[in-house]
Design a protein around this ligand. Structure first.
Ligand code: NAD
Length: 246
């Protein structure tokens, strides 16, 4: 007979040793899920967080296809099931949009590899397990307001996030009703990635109707609600404190 413990659903949250991913890992654990914590390099922080949450930690560079696939295999090897995939890991580097030469083909490749192709590989690898999740599996892609409006840290970043928003809708249509696929598209979030983005912080404080950037926990609350919702699919939910209204 399987233990009560083994009945708890499992979530894989990529890039979950800092920022939004860490908040999502904490929130899903609080909601009763077992969480696979992942990062590219900060293994010590990952092991510590996984121990605190009673989850497990896996290191993988998602720009390397075998490592991305290995991450899903490790999660399944550890728990034997996967109910939710949160594609959160991502990279960003500010490049002025008008400076076309500054966004090199190498920048494009690197950004698309991590921000678009890696989520695709993870969705592919996780799909068979997600399909068998009782009540239906869930995928949440953390995209960006930059994938909805002509804004963001760079043109390749925004284009990659816009592509992931569209992949979200395409997969939602293709995989229903077994797996629900949604995207959460934050505006500015107070995380290590944006700590030096003074202009963006000023913009959110002065112009956004909520007069502040999001906290990682604000994003985590929405991700948890989206995963818990058994009818929602194909949505790209903008979470920008109302900046788009101004
Ligand atoms: P963060 O820098 O704190 O976290 C990013 C995570 O991605 C890290 O854990 C890192 O290990 C992981 N990562 C990066 N490259 C990787 C690779 N090659 N392989 C494996 N893991 C890799 O940043 P954050 O602000 O929490 O961002 C999380 C997500 O939210 C990203 O997808 C980002 O684009 C998106 N986002 C952030 C903001 C914001 O204002 N912070 C706004 C919109 C969208």
């Amino acid at each position: 007979m399987r233990s009560e413990q083994s009945e708890r659903p499992v979530a894989l949250v990529t890039g979950s040793t800092s920022g939004i991913g860490e908040a999502v890992a904490r929130r899903l654990t609080a909601d009763g899920m077992r969480v696979v914590v992942h990062s590219r390099s900060s293994a010590q922080a990952g092991e510590a967080l996984a121990a605190e949450l009673g989850g497990t930690y896996v290191r993988a560079d998602l720009a390397v296809e075998e490592e991305a696939r290995g991450l899903v295999e490790a999660a399944l090897g550890r728990y034997g099931r996967l109910d939710a995939l949160v594609n959160n890991a991502g990279i960003s580097r500010p490049i002025p949009h008008a400076d076309l030469a500054a966004a090199t083909p190498q920048d494009w490749r690197r950004l698309l590899e991590v921000n678009l192709i890696a989520p695709w590989i993870l969705c592919t690898a996780a799909l068979p397990a997600l399909r068998t999740s009782p009540g239906g599996g869930g995928i949440v892609n953390i995209t960006s307001h930059a994938g909805v409006r002509p804004k963001g840290s760079s043109v390749p970043y925004a284009a990659g996030k816009a592509a992931l928003n569209h992949v979200t809708r395409l997969l939602a249509a293709a995989l229903a009703p077994d797996v629900r696929v949604n995207a959460v598209a934050p505006g500015l979030v107070d995380t290590p990635m944006t700590k030096d983005w003074t202009e963006a912080h000023d913009l959110w404080r002065d112009r956004a109707p909520m007069h502040r950037p999001a906290r990682p926990a604000d994003v985590a609350d929405l991700v948890a609600s989206v995963l818990a919702h058994t009818y929602l699919t194909g949505e790209v939910i903008l979470l920008d404190g109302g900046l788009n209204l101004t």
